[in-house]
Design a protein around this ligand. Structure first.
Ligand SMILES: NC(=O)c1ccc[n+]([C@@H]2O[C@H](COP(=O)([O-])OP(=O)(O)OC[C@H]3O[C@@H](n4cnc5c(N)ncnc54)[C@H](OP(=O)(O)O)[C@@H]3O)[C@@H](O)[C@H]2O)c1
Length: 227
């Protein structure tokens, strides 16, 4: 199997200031891509030269559109969009705050829509490119205290499936990764020592990105091996 090289490719990774997004940004850069790392607080994070911190609130259409226009102005193209940014609030449904519900839908779902909306015209123009969405096992299974989070991730799965069917005829790949528990501080919870590492998810995103041109790795569910 001949894998594709990431050398010289342009990647946008959202939610890259920490956790899974940061691991994806580092791995893609290590493999030779120039990475634009998006998040609200990204400027606080030290990165190597080929990772460019790009402050952006992905729930704000104007900020997303102008960040993407700026990136295309600098690079001329985009090859990969990794929709990774996400937030989690976990509580029984009657205790979940309206603002927490709104934030999950806005970041996890609307944010992925906005980044996709403004990147896709550039991918259509060249008839190639790859969008990789980071969903969750919570995007295929519900769980107690996870109503809002699961709703946002099930929504992202529907978005991804429609997007895949819409963009495939134009030569654009769409993939989704559904990790189980990952060792980050997501949702203000402490990392569990048995959980997946952010680097495990990054490696899967890299494998999807580097798959031979004729192969679409569409959907991968990753779970920690726990006895
Ligand atoms: N950790 C897990 O167990 C797990 C399991 C399955 C799936 N996931 C998914 O994996 C993704 C990454 O999770 P993680 O564990 O790496 O989380 P994390 O460590 O909490 O990082 C979340 C990232 O999202 C960014 N972000 C939040 N709101 C944003 C906004 N409005 N605009 C731009 N960026 C924003 C944060 O940066 P700023 O605060 O600087 O904006 C941060 O970089 C999420 O989509 C999550 O749902 C996580």
């Amino acid at each position: 199997m001949k894998c594709e090289s990431l050398i010289g490719k342009i990647a946008l990774v959202t939610g890259a200031s920490k956790g899974i997004g940061k691991a994806i940004a580092h791995l893609f850069a290590e493999k030779g891509a120039k990475v634009y790392a998006l998040s609200r607080g990204i400027q606080e994070v030290p990165f190597p030269e080929n990772i460019i911190p790009t402050p952006c609130d992905i729930t704000n259409g104007n900020q997303v559109s102008s960040s993407i226009e700026q990136i295309v102005k600098e690079t001329g193209t985009i090859d990969f969009l990794i929709n990774n940014a996400g937030v989690g609030h976990f509580a029984p449904v009657h205790q979940l705050e309206e603002a927490q519900w709104d934030e999950m839908i806005n970041v996890n779902l609307k944010g992925a829509f906005l980044c996709t909306k403004y990147v896709v015209p550039h991918l259509l123009a060249k008839g190639s490119g790859h969008i990789i969405n980071i969903s969750s096992v919570a995007g295929i299974e519900g769980f107690p205290r996870g109503t809002g989070y699961s709703a946002s991730k099930f929504g992202l799965m529907g978005f991804t499936d429609s997007l895949m069917k819409e963009l495939k005829p134009h030569g654009i790949k769409v993939s989704v990764i559904c990790p189980g528990s990952v060792q980050t501080y997501f949702g203000d919870t402490d990392p569990k020592d048995y959980a997946l590492l952010p680097e495990d998810v990054a490696y899967m995103a890299y494998q999807m990105a580097a798959a031979p041109e004729h192969v679409i790795m569409n959907q991968v569910v990753m779970r920690p091996k726990v006895k």
